[in-house]
Design a protein around this ligand. Structure first.
Ligand SMILES: [Zn+2]
Ligand SMILES: [Zn+2]
Length: 122
């Protein structure tokens, strides 16, 4: 693993804020000033493909990146797009049972209105 790739992976594994590529780039630059945005994008793409990190695709915002472990799901605010981690228990067994075969993964996004947006409404 290149040291650029290790750095990017560390940033994502430490983060709980689901950073986008730009945010990862800025954080990486603090530690490794010579790193290029293109390098960050290329490594993110490779790591998603190899299952080291997750890409969270949202409709009106840049893709965000997330650690793979521990296994968790996401709740997304339909107003502001904020993403929080949630663990609603493993659906893995239930899904395998339903589809009748072993699965390698699943994506679940729970949509809600976050507390900030709820209080703004009042
Ligand atoms: Zn919100
Ligand atoms: Zn997450």
């Amino acid at each position: 693993m290149t040291k650029q790739r290790k750095l990017i992976l560390d940033i994502i594994n430490r983060s709980h804020s689901h950073p986008n590529a730009d945010e990862i780039y800025h954080e990486a630059k603090l530690i490794m000033p010579s790193i290029a945005l293109g390098t960050v994008y290329r490594n993110l793409g490779l790591m998603v493909k190899e299952g080291e990190i997750r890409r969270l695709v949202s409709e009106n915002a840049p893709d965000r990146y997330d650690r793979v472990k521990p296994l968790h799901d996401h709740m997304v605010c339909t107003r502001c797009g904020a993403i929080i981690d949630t663990n609603i228990g493993s659906l893995w067994d239930a899904i395998e049972h339903s589809v009748g075969e072993k699965i390698v993964g699943y994506e679940l996004t729970v949509k809600h209105v976050c507390n900030c947006c709820k209080s703004e409404q009042k």
